[in-house]
Design a protein around this ligand. Sequence first.
Ligand code: PEP
Length: 250
Amino acid sequence: MRRKIVAGNWKMNGDIDFANKFCADLRKRLSGSRMACDVMVAPPAPYLSIMSDAFSDADVTLVAQNVAEYAGGAYTGEVSAAMLKDFGCRAALIGHSERRTLFVESDERVVEKMSRLLEQGIAPILCVGESLEERESGNAKDVVGAQVDFVLSRFSAEQLSNLVIAYEPVWAIGTGKTASPEQAQEMHAHIRNVVAQADTNLSDGMSVLYGGSVNAATAKELFAQPDIDGGLVGGASLKVEDFYAICQSF
Ligand code: PEP
């Protein structure tokens, strides 16, 4: 049985009041309900500490949106994997398309970041996805396959055992344009095949999430696809009721 996961990515949104209210509201909704998925939240780094306290007795995994590719030292503005671990982060996004495009995060840097996370026992959530141009030119599968393969080839099966992959077509992120369940399923099956070429046990057990304008109305059909194990949710994760409804879409 693969883990079902819904992870909310706040990006650079929210403030301290929002973070406090969100935690209180989500805790209330989760208490007493049996969830069919692991619930994860990725707030901006400054709120990790208060949210770690607020969720100390709730079944919510705290996720970092980013991590430094270095273990420590003179890297002004960076946050190390060890620091994330101090604040109770158990997972971290790497290679989100906003970081790949706006902050020039190459596949090589993604690998370094993943190495730092693994050293601290933090589960990496590797984001991959093609641009609109790449999809329209028929190269989507090659692009995504290469992104996955680049990372897989640098780690052992044991190191990859906690890896989660999030397929996020760049053209669907923040655009309100979701991939159809068929388009998403086709790419998820392809990703699983690429992983299977490295190790079949790994591909059978690896959770592959879909991200790109998921909302409470589209989640159910997407999550019903055989190779879609949940979602990475941006905009819709900022409203607790929507986020909670997505978490219940299995
Ligand atoms: C994301 O940023 O990972 C994302 C999927 O955003 P949105 O849901 O807003 O498209």
